[in-house]
Design a protein around this ligand. Structure first.
Ligand SMILES: *Cc1c(COP(=O)(O)O)cnc(C)c1O
Length: 425
């Protein structure tokens, strides 16, 4: 495909002209730099604001003002069931049955709650398998779980490393590690898309290996949800959680989605921390002392939903419903391929060495190791209205989210990158 690409403005514009999703760019607010929309590469960190989001938030402010407590039942979208509208569109994004999904709390909180249910160490089966250098919050979470249950984090964590000198993991290394350690593992918990190198793990194969070894498996899908194809139900994943403010564009620090496999619903032997929003909705307000759980993933809910925070998510999911993951993924592949081509052209024209450390199994993120260049180049790009992200030692992460980034953005980025390199030389 890249054989047909050209590094010209006319060519980039022609790709935009034939892009079926091009119109969605105008559904989002772009920050500006010197009067021009920025080139936004950090949709993997905080997605842009959907234009409609404000209206949904305002509706709740208005209902609160005019209805006060009656808004729970009399608002146009009653607050006591506000979260329920999120379930079906969210389930579609992650390939789940609606009963298997709910939206609540935030990601790290949910991973802890899910570990109460699905990390059940017994005898010498107490270890947790994860990837080496997992996202720091996940490492803190896993280590504190081990300590709280009376285990040493050093002995309790089995980390799967990349092979020496390589930038990506091998699927077979996870599968072999699960096989090797299965008698001592209580849980496998991995990031579905790695935040640093952008690699998409073979979630289907690794889940199958864990299931075969009879080890519980959960996925942190922070960088996967809304970015890559997920089939959580068909892969038979035990549980998963993801945030919604990255590729799902719900706003800073916003709520987290949770998946609990149908196999585990209505199983009274599973331990769980409980609250009133997990009880049956029909009898919730009878306020009885006995917990009568929802027959769905909502049994794991604790509190009444933070509707003000969920409002922008309603706006965002409406766009996902309209477009669908297959169309987003098709544009993602073509847009990222064009970015890769542009990087290659700039490297050639400037004699630079950009090493893309993201393997072929990728979503929309390219992590680029800037040999011979460093922080000054990154700073020069920021000054030109480009928003990438920087990771030590000298990796920039570029994630052109297909919902709102254009081919022209990629072309303009290439031109500005070339100029920045030349000005620093
Ligand atoms: C972004 C991210 C988080 C963030 O967790 P919060 O609880 O939402 O702050 C956690 N894990 C991974 C892998 C992430 O990429």
């Amino acid at each position: 495909m890249s054989g047909d690409f050209q590094f010209t403005e006319a060519f980039a514009r022609s790709l935009d002209a034939s892009d079926p999703l091009a119109q969605y760019r105008s559904q989002f607010h772009f920050p500006t730099h010197k009067g021009q929309e920025v080139i936004y590469f950090t949709g993997n960190s905080l997605g842009l604001q959907p234009r409609e989001a404000n209206r949904y938030v305002q509706d709740i402010m208005d209902d609160w003002k005019s209805l006060a407590v009656e808004g729970h039942f009399k608002a146009e979208r009653p607050w006591w069931t506000y979260h329920e509208a999120l379930t079906a569109p969210m389930a579609k994004i992650v390939g789940a049955l609606p009963d298997e999904v709910t939206v609540m709390n935030t990601l790290t909180v949910n991973l802890h709650l899910l570990m109460v249910s699905f990390y059940r160490p017994e005898g010498k089966r107490y270890k947790i398998l994860c990837e080496e250098k997992a996202f720091p919050s996940d490492q803190y979470m896993l280590k504190s779980q081990l300590r709280t249950r009376g285990y040493s984090p050093d002995e309790g964590l089995v980390e799967v490393a990349k092979r020496p000198g390589e930038n990506a993991w091998h699927t077979e290394d996870f599968i072999r590690a699960i096989e090797t350690h299965k008698e001592e593992l209580a849980l496998v918990l991995l990031g579905g898309v790695n935040y640093y190198n952008g690699q998409v793990l073979d979630m289907k194969a690794i889940t199958a290996a864990a299931r075969k070894a009879r080890v519980m498996i959960g996925w942190d899908l922070a960088h996967a949800a809304g970015n890559v194809a997920l089939e959580l139900h068909d892969w038979d994943v035990d549980f998963a959680a993801w945030c919604t403010y990255k590729y799902i564009n719900s706003g800073p620090g916003n709520a987290s989605g949770v998946f609990i496999n149908q196999r585990h619903l209505n199983d009274p032997t599973i331990p769980r921390f409980e609250g009133w929003w997990g009880t049956k909705r029909e009898t919730r307000f009878q306020m009885t002392p006995d917990f009568d759980p929802m027959p769905t993933a909502e049994a794991w809910q604790l509190s009444n939903p933070p509707v003000l925070s969920l409002a922008p998510l309603v706006a965002s999911l409406a766009l996902f419903e309209e477009v669908g993951m297959p169309a987003l993924i098709a544009k993602r592949d073509s847009l990222t391929a064009y970015l890769e081509f542009v990087l290659g052209e700039v490297a050639r024209e400037t004699n630079s060495n950009f090493e893309i450390i993201t393997p072929e199994a990728r979503g929309c993120q390219l992590s680029v190791y800037l040999h011979g260049q460093g922080r000054p180049l990154f700073d020069a790009l920021m000054e030109q209205g480009i928003i990438p992200d920087w990771r030590e030692p000298n990796v920039i992460r570029l994630a052109p989210a297909p919902f709102y980034c254009s081919y022209l953005d990629m072309y303009r980025f290439g031109k500005l990158l070339k100029a920045a390199i030349e000005s620093l030389a």
